[in-house]
Write a protein that binds this ligand. Sequence first.
Ligand code: ATP
Ligand code: MG
Length: 400
Amino acid sequence: MQYDHILIRYGELTLKGKNRKEFIAKLHDNVRQALHNYPAIEVVKRRDIMYISLHGEDPEPIIERCQQIFGIQNMSVALRVENDEQEIKEHALALVQDQPNIQTFKVTTKRSNKQFPIRSQEFNHVLGSYLLKNSQSLSVDVHQPDLEILVDIRMDATYITSKKIPGAAGLPVGSSGKSLLMLSGGIDSPVAGYLTMKRGVELEAIHFHSPPYTSERAKEKVLDLAEKLSYYGYRMKVHVVPFTNLQQKIHREIPHGYSMTVMRRMMMRISEAIAERQNILSIVTGESLGQVASQTMESMHAIHAVTNYPVIQPLVTMDKEEIIRLSKQIGMYEVSIRPFEDCCTVFVPTSPKTKPRLEKVEEFENQLDIEQDIQDTVDATEIIEVMEKSDAEEAIDDLL
Ligand code: ATP
Ligand code: MG
């Protein structure tokens, strides 16, 4: 069966009242952006639905790509036919006959085009009887049918579909502003980034690395994670912060029990400075309460005290198993478990304070002249832009 359309049904954005138009426009942009490798297709937005005219393209890879776009509740491949009773009947029959393994079906008609002469309920019967008459051994089951045939009679045409394929849900990326994701090479922060993007937030990432203590391959791993995250948006800037000097200074001058807390505070200050420079209004981390010494209530209190920016911690109440499950589900896990050192683990003291006292931290820090170090580090930060591999190759081809 040659399906000629994909119907896209909106998720939560339908609740958004006056902003609805903007949300739909954002989703429309994101869908077109994600599918720009298919120049033949056409993406049309309507108030209640979006559809893709395939113009001969195979729907499968397109649907797969669309499953990474937030703001889509579900999708269906569809046949577009004239608003004509006989046409609808024949195409619906072809669709049923294309599914050899079904025994029961049900027809659900939606008629937003009130000029179509047969009302929805009645049309369910009309079409149902036609299908029964013309197909052997099928029966109707209105409660648990093997196949539900959806007939959407609209002003421009009628769309006949069956299965609903789940989308990624959430809100369109870019509809809720921008955040700076503190991205390590670990399991947690990419998941935190994914969940934040799901709420419609566009991300830039910041990564602290400490060569030669951390290797080039550790940095590559982080860029690979960022690239995977960028599929859910479009492209992503990664701010790579050279952290060696500051880490060595902290290691030298701060009592070891407190060095981890001070190091985290430095990371937070630098993140804030970069966010400010990029006009970004919040910071995201993969912190999860109680997971490690830096994630006790006291540590989080001392670390977060250096910034007034909202720090979004989507994983704060999740346990590791839930996080790992999500990480696998979104395809990050295999990259996250590549065995390279993170700057935080290289310099981590053997027994960091799990209950650092804020006055103490401040007292130790006062002995360092940090303002200049922070400024120098921010200035030396490298910005790398990552995007989907196929797009990157295309961009290089354009340059050559
Ligand atoms: P992750 O799996 O994300 O590394 P974790 O459980 O290992 O997290 P920590 O190492 O304590 O926890 O890090 C807590 C959070 O601090 C991370 O989730 C991340 O947001 C941030 N972070 C840690 N290391 C770095 C780094 N090198 N660069 C940027 N952010 C970092
Ligand atoms: Mg880590």
